[in-house]
Design a protein around this ligand. Structure first.
Ligand SMILES: NC(=O)c1ccc[n+]([C@@H]2O[C@H](COP(=O)([O-])OP(=O)(O)OC[C@H]3O[C@@H](n4cnc5c(N)ncnc54)[C@H](O)[C@@H]3O)[C@@H](O)[C@H]2O)c1
Length: 268
């Protein structure tokens, strides 16, 4: 008989679950740990694809930045899947544009999804868990940009720094209710769509990824979505029962080193 997985018996709601990048890695990792997953995604077509790929998963459609959608999805999830034990705030959008060229609509869209969405979903989860006297865990997907950033990412960096701050605040407010809250902050995560994004600022995306991996990370491998998913699963599990309010960087050392590797080699 297989030993019980660390998330056996737990139902976890994952926003942006139908995404081709992180969503996929998070869903795979949670299912591998025995969790029942409820997906929430704004794209009905992507939610349908997720349902087809994971028939055992409940895939619901809703926009995390819209209060009524979030409340409806939580009510549907409770009716169809029973109590929710944890949430992963993965839905997020990025933007690479110098901050003085960003429009007010773009600013509001990023903060609406990345910050307001994280707050609305966490609030919907926590209020129900507290009312039921249920312990739980929240994992917010932040980014290395919450810690250090690069040209064109000021608005995204501000949103992810807000996610890190809110992670600490949620941990403080919900600790007495036995609800933990942590964040996972990925660096560059390999996905076909990201290669296309990189093509927006260089003609050689493969070369950019090689240099990023070889020269700027301390570990010489490309970070995969599943690496982040496994960290999310750990933070949701009882193995992390004493961890709350933390942002865990899953970036192969990108933000730890003061100097890039080629510069460090010159000083040996
Ligand atoms: N991919 C990376 O390299 C990377 C690095 C650091 C952080 N992140 C973070 O990881 C998360 C996922 O990123 P990704 O690259 O996998 O993106 P993705 O675009 O592949 O997936 C995001 C999913 O979220 C859904 N979504 C978007 N807006 C939504 C909304 N308002 N309500 C509900 N669902 C919505 C999309 O439909 C999509 O399915 C984001 O928070 C992002 O900031 C990604």
């Amino acid at each position: 008989m297989q030993p019980a997985g660390p998330l056996e018996g737990k139902t976890i709601l994952v926003t942006g679950a139908a995404g081709q990048g992180m969503g996929r890695g998070i869903v795979e990792a949670l299912e591998a740990c025995g969790a029942a997953v409820v997906g929430m995604d704004v794209s009905a077509a992507a939610a349908e694809e997720l349902r087809a790929a994971h028939p055992q998963l409940l895939s619901l459609v809703g926009d995390v930045s819209v209060e009524a959608d979030v409340e409806r999805v939580f009510d549907e999830a409770a009716a169809l899947a029973g109590p929710i034990h944890g949430v992963v705030n993965n839905a997020g959008i990025g933007l690479n544009r110098p901050f003085h060229e960003v429009t007010a609509a773009e600013f509001e869209r990023i903060h609406g999804v990345d910050v307001r969405g994280t707050w609305l979903v966490s609030r919907a989860f926590a209020s129900r868990a507290i009312a039921a006297g249920r312990a739980g865990a929240i994992v917010n997907i932040s980014s290395v940009h919450g810690t250090a950033t690069a040209p064109g990412y000021a608005v995204y960096a501000g949103a992810k720094a807000a996610v890190d701050g809110m992670t600490r605040g949620i941990a403080v407010d919900l600790g007495p209710h036995r609800i933990r809250c942590n964040a996972v902050a990925p660096g560059y995560v390999h996905a076909a769509q990201n290669v296309e994004l990189i093509r927006g600022f260089t003609d050689d995306p493969e070369g950019w990824i090689d240099t990023h991996t070889d020269d700027f990370q301390l570990l010489n491998h490309v970070v995969e979505a599943r690496d982040c998913g496994d960290t999310v699963a750990f933070l949701l599990s009882d193995a992390a029962r004493s961890i709350t309010g933390q942002t865990l960087l899953v970036d192969a050392g990108l933000t730890t080193a003061l100097y890039n590797n080629s510069f460090t080699r010159r000083t040996r």
